[in-house]
Design a binder for this molecule. Structure first.
Ligand code: FES
Length: 121
């Protein structure tokens, strides 16, 4: 069993990590994982993003599950945040997730086919 001091050290280390993550200049990928997103297939999309980033050893990119993004009808939604720039993809499946990694994250070119602006809301 851990002592109170051990637990405080663990908590402090976790808080430092969260703070560092908040100041991170890298790329953040958010995946909508509300019930609608999950039922539309967000879980395999999230897994694909995480696996590809690990397999390709892409530095400075994090994938984070988030809750409701507000557009159930066009889930799964994936947002790529790069500094002030936000790119929102919708109706993402595993193939599109792979394209996001290869074309957008690695290649620097937005995947036009699934941009949220292409769909009427
Ligand atoms: S519940 Fe579906 S996007 Fe909010």
């Amino acid at each position: 069993m851990k002592s109170l001091d051990d637990l405080k050290k663990i908590r402090d280390a976790a808080q430092r990590k969260v703070t560092m993550r908040g100041k991170n200049e890298g790329t953040r990928i958010l995946v909508g994982m509300a019930t609608c997103g999950i039922s539309a297939g967000a879980r395999p999309v999230m897994n694909k993003l995480v696996e590809d980033i690990a397999e390709k050893d892409i530095p400075n990119v994090t994938v984070t599950p988030v809750g409701c993004i507000g557009e159930c009808a066009i889930e799964p939604i994936v947002e790529v945040l790069e500094g002030e720039k936000r790119t929102t993809y919708c109706r993402v499946d595993v193939d599109v997730a792979e394209r996001i990694i290869n074309e957008h994250i690695i290649g620097g070119k937005v995947v036009q086919d699934n941009l949220i602006g292409k769909y009427r809301l």
